[in-house]
Design a protein around this ligand. Structure first.
Ligand code: BGC
Length: 752
């Protein structure tokens, strides 16, 4: 035995492997390179070896999407990528133009509105995991996403990148996404922090909002991401309390790093930094995308002139500022590097794998919302001939929209998806209208020729004619990713459908009794024809597998289970945001001296307060077109009586449960929603607020009991005077339902 033990020990020492006993790996190099040490020890060791110049170099960009590492110490550069729906194509070092790589065509995943509409946190985890794998494979350390700005007005051009109108829904969905991404040693950079709820004048709008609204509506999803362990957060372009949000004392130092104890990196939005002194002191860690003072936008190699580059060094050298802030920034950036590229797990990721496409298809299908299905005309049955009408049936949607635009390896259009799913059925196509025939966005070309010579009237006439003899007409329209639609940089200019689509839909409704309207958008739209169309489906920008996901739902291969993550008002005026002071803001006294001239800063007040989305519609008793949380299925669900685990609680914790039965003939999933109402309150509170939900999959006839855990947090409002969350003693009602407007039962309990 003895010689054997000796041999084993000697071998183990030589090879640093163990024979049952852990053997400490001998490491002769500097501590920051010792992968067996905790991140914090490595950070402190690396920091102690760095010069001031090296630390400053960490804090600003060196190219469009990267910042310098410390080459002398072998600490790598930090590479960022958009985000949030796929890994952006490579751009040139110092230009937005495509680098022309042939190996950067990614899997395009569904827009975050679709993910939110799935109401399935496990799908958010899957989404984060697969997009994180793609980022890691492409050697990116920071994914610029997810976006969790609250849906305040349906005109916001970027709502498609966000997770809807409810803070609890967004907060619940963001955490697994972040954790899934970071499982791949890629930092999620949650954006855009905060109050960035429009694109109009996004660089120069100063938002005034009361503290209660800030804490109850606009911050919870960011806080949840931070509590869930997010390694990075992106400051937004706009201002709050007169300070730009990329260096905002209140949002970054007081709340994010102070109250929430965030230990990660604050990254500026691209070009969101305006002032060296504030960038040093007000919580920013990394500056990207600046067009610096006195330089023209995008001037080549202006990186040394960034606010946190030479101007920062000069202030340190002259003794104007100390190095405490610099050490804090460098420490956070090193922490990010040791969590990502220098993480001992050495993940390698995967790119465009079959599993990624399968995930995209599943998330897409689970997010599609069936809004109307009179006479159960869906799923499609017994058709020999189907007419598909509408530009969105053929238009590539992975390209466009701004920074989230993707160069996708493939994209299945709705028309192709339907044809593939319906072999033996004649699927014919008519254009119906001309929307955006362009195919060039962000340097990516769709390669599609969507030019059209027919007049609008002729297009309608041709579609109506083609409807004769078809068993179904499927209209696929909505918005698209061009400017003033669902796109970054501008907001929508109207709530109604663009390009004369209402007339096309009316004509088709008059011509055919089995009309299905599929609206593809990231925003609510007006539907003046709603009563004349028997079936309506809310689709989203679903990425590479868009056509497969849609066909899965229309054919019934997947039973729809998505629920709206935001309210569809009948008219824009019905909603909470109506006046120019509320949106897009009015010019105030202050100006911004920008590189394109002096611009008056817009002053915008969120005077609707906490009454955003369904909170507004319920308080004002205005019926929406389709309420928050709404969505149909091909089956039906019956709810039993909800129960609480106790009728009196001292700490607010109660379990609420309800049995739910699939009463139809096909398997399906129901999103069971739990809203809390506080009828005995000293302050004005919404009629009810979402505080729990669960998605339950049921076979025909099957019953499952769905439970959620409420806590004191679920019962609280933010008391601005006390600067604290307060749950007042008294009665609370829990309303359980299939949507915010379809409550099937309620229970009450008392907080003592
Ligand atoms: C957008 C960000 C994006 C960044 C980099 C900005 O204009 O607001 O969301 O991540 O550009 O492309």
């Amino acid at each position: 035995m003895k010689p054997l033990t000796f041999a084993c020990a000697a071998l183990a020492a030589a090879m640093a492997v163990s024979c049952g006993q852990p053997v400490k790996k001998s490491f002769d190099g500097p501590a920051y390179l010792d992968e067996s040490l905790p991140v914090e020890e490595r950070v402190e060791d690396a920091l102690s070896r760095m010069t001031t110049e090296e630390k400053v170099a960490l804090t600003h960009a060196q190219s469009k999407f990267s910042s310098a590492g410390v080459p002398r110490l072998g600490i790598p550069e930090v590479w960022c990528t958009d985000g949030p729906h796929g890994i952006r194509a490579e751009v040139l070092w110092d230009e937005w133009d495509q680098a022309g790589w042939t190996s950067d065509s990614c899997t395009a995943f569904p827009a975050l509105t679709a993910l939110a509409a799935s109401w399935d946190p496990s799908l958010a985890g899957l989404y984060g995991t697969v997009i994180g794998e793609e980022a890691r494979y492409r050697k990116k350390d920071v994914l610029l996403g997810p976006g969790v700005n609250i849906y305040r007005t349906p005109l916001n051009g970027r709502n498609f990148e966000y997770m809807g109108e409810d803070p609890f829904l967004a907060a619940t969905m963001v955490v697994p996404y972040v954790q899934g991404v970071q499982r791949n040693n890629v930092a999620a950079c949650v954006k855009h922090y905060a109050l960035n709820n429009q694109e109009t004048a996004r660089f120069f709008t100063n938002v005034t909002v009361d503290d209660r609204t800030l804490y109850e509506i606009y911050l919870p999803a960011f806080k949840a991401a931070v509590d869930g362990g997010a390694w990075a957060i992106m400051g937004s372009y706009n201002l709050y309390k007169g300070q730009w949000n990329c260096h905002n004392q209140y949002l970054l130092n007081d709340i994010l790093k102070g109250e929430w104890g965030f230990d990660g990196v604050v990254i500026s939005d691209w070009g969101g930094v305006h002032d060296t002194d504030q960038a040093i002191t007000n919580g920013l860690d990394m500056e990207f995308g600046s067009w610096t003072n006195g330089l023209t936008m995008g001037k080549t190699n202006a990186y040394d002139s960034y606010f946190l580059a030479n101007p920062y060094l000069e202030r340190i050298r002259s003794g104007q500022v100390g190095t405490t802030e610099l050490d804090d920034k460098a420490r956070r950036i090193l922490r990010l590097i040791f969590r990502t590229s220098m993480n001992p797990e050495h993940k390698t990721g995967r790119f465009t794998s079959p599993e990624h496409y399968a995930a995209a298809r599943k998330i897409g299908a689970e997010g599609i919302v069936l809004l109307k299905n009179d006479g159960g005309i869906l799923p499609l049955r017994g058709a020999k001939k189907i007419l598909v009408v509408g530009e969105n049936a053929i238009k590539m949607m992975t390209v466009g929209g701004g920074s989230s635009s993707l160069k996708a390896q493939h994209e299945v259009s709705p028309l192709d998806g339907l044809r593939e799913a319906l072999p033996g059925v004649e699927v014919v196509y008519e254009r119906g209208y001309v929307g955006d025939a362009g195919g060039e966005y962000n340097g990516v070309s769709t390669g599609q020729d969507l030019s059209e010579k027919r007049s609008a009237a002729q297009l309608i006439a041709d579609a109506v004619k083609a409807a004769q003899g078809a068993d179904y007409v499927i209209y696929i329209g909505g918005l698209n990713k061009s400017d003033y639609q669902d796109a970054e940089g501008n907001d929508r200019q109207q709530y109604g459908l663009p390009y004369g689509q209402d007339a096309v839909i009316e004509a088709l409704a008059a011509a055919h009794s089995k009309l299905v309207v599929v609206n593809i958008s990231g925003n609510a739209v007006a539907m003046p024809w709603v009563s004349r169309v028997p079936a309506i489906v809310q689709d989203w920008y679903l990425g590479s597998e868009a056509g497969h996901s849609l066909a899965d739902v229309l054919t019934g291969a997947v039973n729809p289970s998505g629920k709206l993550p935001f309210t569809f008002p009948v008219a824009l005026e019905d909603g909470p945001v109506k006046t120019p002071e509320q949106f897009p803001g009015l010019p105030g006294d202050k100006t911004w001296e920008s590189s394109f001239g002096s611009v008056p800063i817009l002053e915008e007040t969120y005077s609707e307060g906490i009454y955003v989305g369904y909170r507004w519609f319920e308080a004002k008793q205005v019926a929406p077109l389709f309420p928050f949380g709404y969505g149909l299925s091909y089956t039906t669900f019956a709810y039993g009586d909800p129960k609480v685990s106790k009728t009196v609680t001292t700490d607010g914790s109660v379990t609420v449960s309800v049995p739910v039965t699939n009463t139809g003939a096909v398997a399906g999933a129901e999103v069971v929603q739990f809203y809390v109402a506080d009828p005995e309150s000293s302050v004005d509170r919404p009629v009810k607020e979402l505080k729990g939900f669960d998605k339950v999959f049921l076979q025909p006839g099957e019953t499952k009991t769905v439970s959620v855990q409420l806590t004191r947090e679920s019962l609280s409002f933010f008391d601005a005077a006390k600067h604290a969350w307060v749950a007042e003693p008294g009665r609370f009602d829990v309303l359980v339902g299939a949507s915010s407007a379809d409550i099937r039962g309620s229970v009450s309990f008392e907080l003592k």
